[in-house]
Design a protein around this ligand. Structure first.
Ligand code: PRX
Length: 664
């Protein structure tokens, strides 16, 4: 079915989608409801009546070495503790209990490499590999509480590495493979990581990046880092430093095969994951064990209506982001799911590769980002139409608002009109899905993440007084603690309180998103209210990008904003002032992009650079990004009288129109 071709009803796809835009809501199809795990809305009431009892019931689905005495200790908000006194291990819950129950032969991951290689990894095999690697880490002197960095591509070893750390109580700190080695170094430094697990080389669209070499170029002066473990993936030659570096396969071969999982306190740190905030310094989100597992396992089961015996679940995120942590690794493995793990990009070796993979493994559930869906729309409906996608029964969306048209395309073209869509709103900080449909219960509205998961309490409040906003836009907040919430920012307790729990008191979590609620109580998340931008679902701080740009020797000053973008949701637009007299040439522009790629990663490179003789500043010298956002979006300018030099705006306005015209 190409975009212009007729559908069964005789209309073109375009006409069909236009028509569907008028449909306000979609009920769960009867065929779906008939087999769904949850179909009775009474779960919402049950959870609302006694949230702690509801979460305790979810926690009971896990295996505990020792049961908790207290479900929630809320005596010192916002430092909440869940399942206090309980002893648990994440790796045990992901592996041992399935193997012990005779499910060891079930495939945990159908791994598919970029060049079409296939590797199925069963629960028993994963259990075996994790035990060996956990012992290898111990042999290297890594123990409970030591932070271990992980910088790996989408290969099964990344899961082994995470679970091996969890097994011995060493919090992992995974860095997304798209970040540069410089960013890895920064994150290892902030977390005082004792070891880093990385790879010889990473493949991307037929090319190999020399990861170990790049890591070495940056890591040499890091005193805390005692070991680098190198997974051989591409087989390229790598430099190895005697006494510090070891090969993964060699240390595993030398290690003991048995490594019982360590019983850990429910509040033992499971991982740190750095994410972007309002300042240039990334925030180390800290998640602990018992509450986090409870949240991810329960949401994974109910939001995806998971039937572990029959479903083939595919979360097409990267394991380096929170979506990968919660919904490629911990949630699915806790639930004994069979997942697909895809190493590569959506357009290599060809633009239909996702659909080829979905068809090959008979995927039943697909969880993807709107940015990917928009890309597929651009490529045309005829590409997925070449594949048999009839195995799909449920679709998910995450990472940014999904526009109704993309929602409908996803529903019709990928889901064949028969699959409910779960648009899931959550964050690195929340650990698990917070606002989402339950696919056997909720009537969905394209573009809305609908209502909070049972046991989660959200509201939209006024930025002035924190009072609920009945009509219109306000700030999204979560009003009660939930088990998978972040516990702190690693080594930055004050920043944790200041960022999330200062505005409306210590018991109200400030999300950082604007939202509105409609007459049915459905939430519509609009986007960030802080200086965080969302480029293709990748979270970035404008301050981080600015600080990379000003590292360029010819740059005097820079202001970065997120600009609406049809393909990537938002795109980075940088206003740059060069040092005295220097011309803004293509070469300088290329150099700036290079510095950003080197300091942060290629995905953070500005899409648009506007040369500015000056930037709009208040008399006290503060850059007014709000005005830059206004001109970038073509909005009428707000009040400019507080500017030191109001003429600046006129010049910039002309420049941005010029830059946009040139790109056409
Ligand atoms: O602005 C919201 C947006 O992504 C932010 C969180 O980003 P991150 O911590 O990287 O986690 C992304 C994956 C969970 C949120 O503050 N966001 C995430 N999901 C949605 C969304 N915006 C609208 N709708 C969503 N479903």
């Amino acid at each position: 079915m190409s975009d212009g071709a007729a559908t069964e009803s005789g209309a073109t796809l375009e006409q069909e989608l236009e028509r569907m835009l008028e449909i306000e809501r979609f009920s769960p199809p009867e065929s779906f409801r008939a087999q769904a795990l949850l179909t009775d809305p009474a779960v919402y009431e049950e959870a609302a009546r006694d949230p702690q009892a509801w979460w305790a019931k979810q926690a009971e689905e896990l295996d505990w070495f020792e049961r908790w005495d207290t479900v929630l200790d809320d005596s010192d908000p916002p430092f909440y503790k869940w399942f206090v006194g309980g002893k648990i291990n994440a790796s045990y819950n992901c592996l041992d209990r399935h193997v012990e129950a005779g499910r060891g032969d079930r495939v945990a991951y159908h791994w598919r490499g970029e060049e079409g290689e296939e590797r199925d990894l069963t629960y028993a095999e994963l259990h075996r590999d994790v035990q060996r690697f956990a012992n290898a880490l111990k042999d290297l002197g890594i123990g409970k509480g030591d932070v271990v960095g992980i910088y790996l591509p989408m290969i099964p070893e990344v899961v082994v590495a995470m679970l091996a750390c969890a097994r011995i109580g060493a919090p992992h700190n995974v860095v997304f493979g798209g970040f540069s080695a410089e960013s890895v170094k920064e994150r290892m430094e902030f977390s005082e990581a004792k070891a880093l697990i990385t790879v010889d080389g990473a493949r991307r669209k037929g090319r190999t990046a020399p990861i170990k070499q790049q890591v070495d170029d940056h890591m040499h002066d890091l005193a805390t880092l005692e070991h680098i473990v190198v997974v051989r993936h591409t087989g390229i030659d790598v430099p190895m430093r005697e006494g510090r570096d070891v090969f993964y396969d060699e240390v595993c071969a030398a290690a003991d095969a048995d490594c019982p999982a360590e019983p850990l306190d429910a509040e033992h740190p499971l991982y740190i994951l750095y994410t972007s905030g309002s300042t240039a310094k990334p925030k180390g989100i800290l998640h602990t064990t018992g509450g986090y597992l409870t949240g991810v396992a329960a949401t994974h089961r109910y939001v995806f209506d998971l039937k572990p015996e029959s479903d083939v679940y595919w979360c097409a995120a990267d394991v380096g982001w929170v979506t990968g942590h919660s919904y490629i690794v911990y949630g699915p493995l806790c639930n004994g799911a069979t997942s697909v793990m895809w190493e590569g990009a959506p357009d290599y070796p060809h633009k239909g590769v996702w659909w080829e993979v979905a068809e090959r493994y008979r995927a039943t559930i697909l969880y993807a980002a709107p940015t990917a869906i928009r890309t597929f729309i651009k490529w045309g409906a005829d590409i997925p139409a070449r594949h048999d996608l009839s195995s799909l029964r449920l679709l998910g969306s995450v990472g940014e608002p999904i526009n109704p048209k993309a929602w409908l395309w996803y529903h019709q073209v990928i889901g064949g009109g028969r699959c409910p869509i779960v648009d899931t709103w959550w964050q690195t900080e929340t650990g698990a899905i917070m606002i989402t449909p339950l696919p056997g219960i909720t009537e969905t509205k394209p573009g809305s993440a609908t209502t909070p998961f049972p046991g989660v309490f959200a509201d939209v409040v006024s930025e002035h007084d924190g009072q609920p906003v009945e009509n219109g836009q306000g700030l999204l907040v979560l009003t009660q603690p939930w088990p998978s919430m972040l516990r702190t920012l690693y080594k930055e307790e004050d920043r944790f309180v200041e960022t999330y729990f200062a505005r409306f008191g210590r018991e109200t979590y400030l999300v950082g998103d604007a939202a509105r609620r409609d007459k049915d109580g459905y939430f519509w998340v609009i986007g960030r209210i802080d200086d965080v931008v969302n480029v293709s679902g990748h979270r970035l701080s404008t301050a981080e990008v600015e600080s990379a740009i000003v590292a360029h020797e010819l740059v005097a000053e820079a202001a970065v904003i997120g600009q609406s973008d049809e393909d990537t949701g938002q795109a980075i637009c940088a206003f740059v002032t060069l040092t005295g007299g220097v011309e803004g040439t293509d070469e300088v522009e290329g150099g700036i992009r290079e510095v950003v790629a080197e300091r942060i990663g290629k995905f953070a490179r500005p899409k648009r650079i506007v040369w500015a003789d000056d930037l709009p500043k208040t008399r006290s010298g503060k850059i007014m990004r709000r005005l830059l956002r206004d001109i970038a979006e073509g909005r009428a300018l707000g009040d400019v009288t507080t500017l030191r030099d109001p003429d600046v705006m006129e010049q910039l306005q002309e420049k941005i129109v010029e830059a946009q015209a040139q790109e056409q």
